[in-house]
Design a protein around this ligand. Structure first.
Ligand code: TXA
Ligand code: MG
Length: 337
């Protein structure tokens, strides 16, 4: 793949510079890739209606061609232009959660290229929150296809430097607005089937969705992207380089099980610990509430990879709807064949 000069533009998340947004919008219209912050994670954006530009996303990420991409739009009317049906449930959810961390899968219109939808009859749509994301959509004047801005299978980026470390030389620009506020990806709800289905748990909880539209089915995970309703949900995903183990019960005892000569362990816990850090044991304290935990999770995993630990031992998150997406991401990070 040809090497590009990646331009890094720092941008204020609350008052983004209009000239910077204009330049980023021009790059999108020109078929280039621009990484930008949403309220969840950084996205890797391209003109969603330009198949050649979308192909560059797949190349830059090493993304399998059978994994479709979410299309970001500035408002509900722009979403409806890309969908061939708009059920009442879509109106209810969009009214309540857009702009915000909810993605709706709907039957697509033919104008959406096959590469975006991986040849499916549906398209995933989202109005992201945040002045930079919405400002870029406005400046580009196009729907923007954007997966998370990380190499396929690895941890999503929540800071500009995560994007830079992974994709420098492969994309035209990074709009760096600092850490994202949400920290994990949007909830994906499929409204193209007779009964709504939760394809990916995320920052909007299942309870919040069901309160508006009634019961949603959950998918049982499958192993191959081709037979999956949600092809991005592979068992191992969102994974750091280091092995991840989730543990419950007394943490000090749990950590002892994994100690081995020369093995560097990081313990990621919510509870205060009766353990002191040593050169072989890093201790990371996470916040007790789900929203703050989510905001920090990926940055923590990125940092532990950078610190070259061999094993990340994570205290299992508690039960409860607001922890479901976090349990899901950690299970995928910990998955071993
Ligand atoms: O928060 C987010 O959703 C971030 C930001 C950048 O918007 N984006 C993101 O994109 O996480 P990505 O590509 O990493 O994950 C999108 C998920 C994948 O699991 C993909 O398979 C699924 O959405 N998806 C996309 N289009 C779909 C479709 N038509 N039908 C079913 N699943 C779809
Ligand atoms: Mg992703």
């Amino acid at each position: 793949m040809e090497s590009l000069t990646t331009e890094i533009v720092r941008i204020d998340p609350d008052r983004p510079d209009a000239a910077a947004l204009r330049r980023a919008g021009e790059l999108i219209r020109d078929g280039q890739l621009v990484a930008f912050p949403t309220e969840t994670v950084y996205g890797l954006g391209a003109d969603a209606l330009d198949a050649a530009a979308v192909a560059r996303i797949f190349a830059a990420k090493g993304r399998p061609a059978n994994n479709p991409i979410i299309v970001h739009v500035p408002h509900r009317a722009a979403a409806a232009e890309l969908a061939s049906a708009w059920p009442a449930a879509a109106t209810a959810l969009a009214e309540r959660f857009w702009p915000g961390p909810l993605t709706l899968v709907l039957p697509r219109r033919p104008i959406v290229p096959d590469s975006v939808t991986a040849g499916r009859a549906t398209v995933a749509l989202r109005v992201p929150a945040g002045r930079v994301a919405l400002g870029l959509l406005e400046a580009a004047g196009r729907p923007i296809a954007a997966p998370s801005a990380n190499p396929s299978g690895s941890i999503s980026p929540t800071r500009g430097e995560h994007v830079l470390a992974a994709l420098c030389g492969r994309i035209a620009m990074i709009l760096d607005a600092g850490p994202t506020t949400g920290g994990i990806e949007s909830t994906v709800v499929d409204l193209s089937t007779p009964r709504p289905r939760l394809l990916r748990p995320g920052l909007v909880t299942r309870g919040e969705v069901e309160a508006l539209i009634g019961p949603v089915e959950t998918l049982a995970g499958a192993a191959s992207p081709d037979d999956l309703a949600s092809p991005g949900m592979l068992p191992r995903h969102y994974a750091p380089r280091a092995r991840v183990e989730m543990v419950a019960g007394p943490l000090a005892t749990q950590v002892e099980r994994f100690r081995a000569p020369g093995r560097r362990i990081a313990l990621v816990s919510r509870d205060p610990l009766p353990l002191a850090p040593t050169p072989d044991l890093l201790i990371v304290h996470m916040p007790p509430d789900a929203a703050s935990y989510a905001q920090r999770l990926y940055a923590t995993l990125h940092a532990l990879d950078a610190a070259n630990v061999d094993l990340i031992v994570v205290q299992s998150p508690p039960d409860g709807d607001e922890w479901t997406a976090l349990r899901d991401r950690l299970q995928r990070a910990a998955w071993q064949p």
